[in-house]
Unconditional design. Structure first.
Length: 127
């Protein structure tokens, strides 16, 4: 049975999608940008600061689902500029420990709102 994840501790969807979906033993978290959930405003900055905010949003959604970043098995990272890879990667590494999730990172070019990074993930439930 598919269940939507809803939390005020992460940005509200800006379209017809859910913050995340629980399906069976898996959690699918929608791509998150550097939006402050308290203000609803973008926190634009460098790739490091934006990546940190993105992970805070991902963590909030996973926690609302009863899980955590420890249960993430796959991430897709979208960068406005692939030259931000090292900066994003440095912050990314602080949110995970080995064995690290599988990951794909691509240069997506124009991201909504001019953001530098967007990340989505798939995690296991903590059950």
């Amino acid at each position: 049975m598919r269940n939507a994840i809803v939390t005020e501790k992460a940005p509200k969807p800006v379209g017809p999608y859910s913050q995340g979906i629980i399906e069976g033993d898996f959690i699918f978290v929608a791509g998150q940008g550097p939006i402050n959930p308290l203000t609803g405003k973008l926190e634009l900055g460098d790739a490091r600061s934006e990546t940190k905010r993105v992970f805070e949003n991902l963590r909030a959604i996973l926690q609302a689902a009863g899980s955590s970043l420890d249960h993430v098995i796959k991430c897709n990272v979208y960068l406005r500029d692939i030259n931000d890879f090292t900066a994003m990667n440095e912050v990314y590494a602080t949110f995970f420990s080995a064995p690290f999730p599988a990951r794909t990172t691509i240069q997506a070019g124009a991201l909504p709102g001019g953001i530098a990074v967007e990340i989505e993930c798939i995690a296991k439930t903590a059950r």
